[in-house]
Design a protein around this ligand. Structure first.
Ligand SMILES: [Fe+2]
Length: 304
């Protein structure tokens, strides 16, 4: 019966993965063991702390549903999501900057016609979004699906509301770029919002005296064949949380000035009776490959 010292134990566990057939899986597991063991040694972790961690992770898993992803939220607030994003996008080469997917990409993005109001049933200040998808030389990319989703003017995503099951998505849609790479739609001005604080991740944020807020933004996922999928947000200039986003997701290039307008017609020539806001943003795609993340609804269906 072998008996190990602290460091011999680490070496033994690393050796136990030696025959893993997939070399990448072997590397990832052995490095994970090294980091976890180092953490336990460095902190002299107590039994109570270890049990707390097990319970915390258990509750994090139990909070997940087909439309709620507490583990992505945990990864986001610990900065891991942005670090994974950073190491995978070290050289953008002029392409639009990336940021976190976030926990609210649940799928159900129905294709809507250009100009559609994706928040027609919601109160709020009206906003017109006009955008274009191009390559690095500003050549338009046609026929590209673009998923958009954002919070309402009280800071909630559709999937957080009880009405989601019966009324379906709001402030969430898919557009397909036209021959000039353009797409445009109507919606409402999103506002800054707190991440959900009714689960273990929110509890941690509150108990550690961090604030739970994200600056106002619209999510975009652009998935053009022959280009790396682009997962990003466009943030609203002037938001007071731009410098302290709870998930560390803000990049300067992604902050857009939203113009306040009072013209009687919107850019597509249709009339409007109230003042409105205009968001204009161009997405530049980087050649390459990759697969866009699968929405949670799709994962749930596959698992079922
Ligand atoms: Fe968001």
């Amino acid at each position: 019966m072998p008996q190990f010292t602290e460091t011999e134990l680490t070496a033994a566990v690393i050796r136990s993965f030696e025959d893993t057939p997939d070399p990448r899986a072997k590397f990832l597991l052995q490095e994970l063991v090294k980091s976890l063991h180092e953490y336990v040694r460095k902190t002299d972790l107590t039994f109570e702390e270890w049990e707390y961690a097990i319970d915390f992770l258990t509750r994090t898993g139990q909070k997940c549903t087909p439309i709620r992803q507490e583990f992505i939220l945990l990864s986001d607030v610990m900065g891991v999501s942005m670090l994974v994003d950073a190491v995978n996008h070290r050289d953008r080469g002029g392409a639009t900057e990336t940021t976190v997917l976030g926990p609210f990409y649940v799928g159900e993005h129905k294709v809507m016609p250009h100009g559609a109001d994706i928040s027609a049933t919601l109160p709020g200040e009206r906003m017109f979004v006009q955008s274009r998808v191009t390559d690095l030389k500003h050549k338009p990319l046609a026929g590209v699906p673009v998923d958009v989703w954002h919070a309402d003017d009280e800071g909630y995503y559709d999937s957080q509301k009880t009405s989601y099951a019966t009324q379906g998505p709001t402030s969430r849609a898919r557009f397909v770029t036209d021959a000039d790479g353009r797409f445009f739609f109507r919606t409402i001005l999103p506002c800054s919002y707190p991440i959900p604080t009714d689960g273990p991740v929110g509890e941690m944020i509150v108990q550690t005296r961090r604030h739970a807020m994200r600056p106002a933004h619209v999510h975009f996922l652009v998935d053009a064949p022959g280009y790396q999928p682009l997962i990003t947000h466009v943030f609203m200039a002037g938001d007071k949380y731009l410098d302290s986003d709870v998930v560390f997701g803000v990049k300067d290039e992604l902050v857009a000035s939203i113009q306040k307008r009072s013209d009687a017609v919107m850019p597509d020539g249709k009339p409007t009776a109230e003042p409105w806001h205009l968001m204009t943003y161009e997405f530049r795609m980087k050649p390459g490959e990759g697969s866009a993340p699968k929405p949670m609804m799709a994962n749930a269906t596959e698992a079922a």
